[in-house]
Design a protein around this ligand. Structure first.
Ligand SMILES: NC(=O)c1ccc[n+]([C@@H]2O[C@H](COP(=O)([O-])OP(=O)(O)OC[C@H]3O[C@@H](n4cnc5c(N)ncnc54)[C@H](O)[C@@H]3O)[C@@H](O)[C@H]2O)c1
Length: 246
C-alpha cells in the first residue's frame, strides 16, 4: 500500500501502459482519476473515477481538475501516459496538420494538465508529476521526426517545470520507455510494411535485453517516481528500455 488514500490522475488510462498503471496504483491503495478520450469499459467506483476528455482541449482539461478539486480537494500526483504515435515516413511526406496533432497530444497536453494540477499539488503540500516520453528522444529512428521532437520537448518541459516547482515540494520526472508491447507499437509501422515484421525486426531486435517492454514495467517505474522512495528525485529521466538507449 505505497499510496494509500493518495489521489492520482492518470492520463491515457485506456491505453496499454495506462491500464497497467491504473491497476497498480489501485492495488497500492490510491484513488485514481483515470482519463482518456474514450474507454472500452468503465464503471466508476469509490476508488476509481473514469473521465472521458480530450487532453488537447483547454476547457476539457480544466474540467478534469475541477472534478478532482470537487471530489477530493487535493492531488498527490499526475501521471501523463496519453500520447499518439507517427507512422514512420520521410519528412517530405508529413503534413503540417499531422505535425500539429502530434505536438498537441504529446506536448500541449502536458502543459495543460500540469498547469491545472499544480494548484492542487500545492494545496497538498507537494506531490509529483511523471511524464512518459520515449527512448527515441535520445536514440532516434528514421521517419519519426514529429514524434521524436514531441518526446524531446516533453523532456525539456519536464526539466523546466522541475526547477520551477522544486521549492514547492513538487517533483517532475520523465520515463523513457523502449519499444513496448502495446497496440501503439503497430502504429509506428511505415505504410506498406508488415506490422508483425516491423515489431520483430525493427523493434524487438533493437532491445539489448531482447524483449519488448511490458506495460507493467512502466507502471512500476511510475509508482517508484510517485512514491516517497523518490522524494529526492526530480528532473530525472528514467530509462525503462531494456538497454535500447545505450
Ligand atoms: N508503445 C510503445 O512502444 C511506446 C514506446 C515509448 C513511449 N511510449 C509512450 O508511452 C505512452 C503510453 O503509450 P501506450 O503504448 O500505452 O499507447 P496506447 O496507444 O496504448 O495508449 C495511449 C492512450 O492515449 C490516449 N490518448 C491519445 N490522445 C488523447 C487525447 N487527445 N486525449 C486523451 N487521451 C488520449 C489514447 O486514447 C490511448 O488510450 C505514450 O505517451 C507513448 O508515446 C510508447
Amino acid at each position: 500500500m505505497r499510496c494509500k488514500d493518495q489521489i492520482f490522475v492518470i492520463t491515457g488510462a485506456n491505453g496499454g501502459m495506462g491500464k497497467a498503471a491504473v491497476s497498480l496504483f489501485l492495488e497500492e491503495g490510491a484513488k485514481v482519476i483515470a482519463v482518456d478520450r474514450t474507454f472500452d469499459a468503465k464503471s466508476d467506483s469509490e476508488a476509481c473515477l473514469f473521465v472521458e476528455a480530450d487532453l488537447t482541449d483547454e476547457q476539457q482539461v480544466k474540467g478534469i481538475f475541477a472534478k478532482v478539486e470537487e471530489q477530493y480537494g487535493k492531488l498527490d500526483g499526475l501521471i501523463n501516459l496519453a500520447g499518439i504515435a507517427q507512422a514512420a515516413a520521410p519528412i517530405t511526406e508529413v503534413s503540417l496538420s499531422q505535425w500539429e496533432k502530434i505536438m498537441a497530444v504529446n506536448v500541449t497536453s502536458l502543459f495543460l494538465t500540469s498547469r491545472e494540477a499544480l494548484p492542487l499539488l500545492e494545496k497538498n503540500g507537494g506531490g509529483s508529476i511523471t511524464n512518459v516520453a520515449s527512448i527515441s528522444a535520445v536514440r532516434p529512428r528514421p521517419g519519426l521526426q514529429a514524434y521524436i521532437a514531441s518526446k524531446g520537448a516533453a523532456v525539456a518541459f519536464s526539466k523546466a517545470l522541475a526547477i520551477e516547482c522544486a521549492e514547492k515540494g513538487i517533483r517532475v520526472n520523465v520515463i523513457h520507455p523502449g519499444p513496448a508491447d502495446t497496440s501503439m507499437l503497430a502504429k509506428f509501422t511505415p505504410v506498406n510494411a508488415n506490422p508483425d515484421d516491423v515489431k520483430e525486426e525493427t523493434f524487438r531486435k533493437s532491445v539489448p535485453l531482447g524483449r519488448l517492454i511490458q506495460p507493467e514495467d512502466i507502471a512500476n517505474a511510475a509508482l517508484y517516481l510517485s512514491s516517497n522512495e523518490a522524494r529526492n528525485v526530480t528532473g530525472a529521466v528514467l530509462h525503462v528500455d531494456g538497454g535500447r538507449g545505450l
